[in-house]
Design a protein around this ligand. Structure first.
Ligand SMILES: *Cc1c(COP(=O)(O)O)cnc(C)c1O
Length: 382
């Protein structure tokens, strides 16, 4: 089976992990801060807070922005459930903004429209909006951040797919148009640490809050303590945090992988270009990448005619091609339907879902394998 995604592990990665296992610290050692510096440095952000998943990063990012009961967080329905669940963990409510049918990312026009409507009705405006850089391509962040200034919400970019991507000449993660940017290092993503995530920010206060929340809300820094230290053994819990720490074992893998980030993104773009070229002229639509965006190409998704969708999907799997589907719109999940969401509310995300297939996309996908995928798919839609 050719999978839809696959990690790329080389001998250096293996040696980096083995070295940690032979060393003094397997968690809370020096490699986690080195990994944080590598990622934050790569995307030109001031601070990186490494955690055990992007899900954890989204949770502490929401808490750092003081999302809580009575607040509403908006995100895209075309995402993994974690982009929305993070608000529920904080006791807030979730709502969605439909996608642009060409870029498949949260539509700035739909966002403006919804903000105007909510304001005109005197309803609650969002405290935080979480745009999702679907497939590895940045949302139109300049437009979204103008709306943030006008309507007074904060922004967390869910860049789980997008490390190594660029928007308007800046690396994704620069936080130029947002408060916090979150990355995932799950093995299906561009760079992996096994499991892992990171929140990057330019705001020292947010970075400090997230670092505390990652580890029980405990500080050992006398400057942060709320009363004088009892002694040199002292630590104080000053907020209610979690154990969301990343280990040095995971960080070593992530740090080693970061050296190949540019190569991964380049190779993924070559594969995407080859797919684009092969499918032009057939009834196979892909994701439009705006001219000011360099996609990291986490996913290569196509839309096939809705009446053949299930058949094409099944035949690809039967041919040994491990296609997948990103995403079932979050508001259609039973958990969200129980909260009152229903089919028909976000028609662009639903129309896309009815036609979507994620094709194999990873750095080590071979030219022959890709040719087989292309020929099989074209044979099925003709
Ligand atoms: C993978 C993913 C997450 C969650 O990442 P984990 O590191 O697995 O917690 C969140 N949002 C999006 C868009 C993702 O694709």
């Amino acid at each position: 089976m050719i999978p839809y995604a696959r990690q790329d592990i080389n001998a250096d990665d293996i040696e980096a992990v083995a070295e940690i296992l032979r060393g003094d610290w397997i968690t809370q050692g020096p490699v986690v801060p080195a990994f944080e510096e590598a990622v934050a440095g790569n995307c030109a952000a001031r601070f990186g807070v490494a955690v055990n998943s992007a899900t954890s990063a989204l949770h502490i990012a929401c808490l750092a922005l003081e999302v809580g009961p009575g607040d509403v967080v908006w995100t895209s329905p075309n995402t993994f459930v974690a982009s929305a669940n993070c608000a529920l963990y904080c006791g807030a409510e979730v709502d969605f903004v439909d996608i642009d049918p060409d870029t498949l990312c949260l539509s700035p026009e739909a966002l403006r429209h919804k903000l105007e409507l909510v304001r005109s009705k005197g309803e609650r405006l969002p405290k935080v909006v979480i745009p999702v850089h679907f497939g590895g391509q940045s949302c139109q962040m300049a437009e979204i951040s103008l709306l943030a200034a006008e309507y007074g919400f904060r922004i967390i970019e869910d860049a789980s797919h997008a490390i190594g991507g660029r928007y308007q000449g800046e690396p994704v993660g620069s936080c130029k148009h947002s408060d916090i940017v979150v990355f995932s290092f799950h093995p299906a993503k561009i760079v992996t640490s096994g499991e892992g995530g990171m929140a990057v920010t330019n705001d020292a206060v947010l970075a400090k809050r997230m670092a505390l929340l990652r580890s029980h809300g405990i500080t050992r820094d006398p400057q942060e303590m709320v009363r004088p230290a009892d002694g040199p053994w002292s630590y104080q819990q000053i907020s209610l945090g979690f154990n969301y720490r990343l280990t040095d074992i995971h960080a070593a893998l992530g740090l080693s992988q970061m050296k190949r980030l540019a190569h991964f993104v380049e190779r993924r773009n070559q594969l995407a270009d080859a797919y684009d070229k092969a499918f032009s002229g057939f009834s196979i639509r892909s994701q439009r990448v705006p001219v000011d965006v360099l996609s990291a190409r986490h996913l290569y998704v196509v839309r096939v005619p809705v009446e053949r969708h299930a058949l094409v999907f099944g035949e690809l799997r039967a041919a040994g091609i491990g296609v997948n589907l990103h995403y079932i719109p979050v508001h259609l999940q039973p958990w969200y339907q129980r909260m009152g969401f229903s089919a028909g509310q976000f028609p662009e995300a639903e129309a896309y879902y009815a036609e979507a297939i994620s094709l194999p996309m990873y750095a080590s996908l071979g030219a022959d394998q890709q040719k087989f995928v292309i020929e099989t798919l074209i044979g099925l839609v003709q």
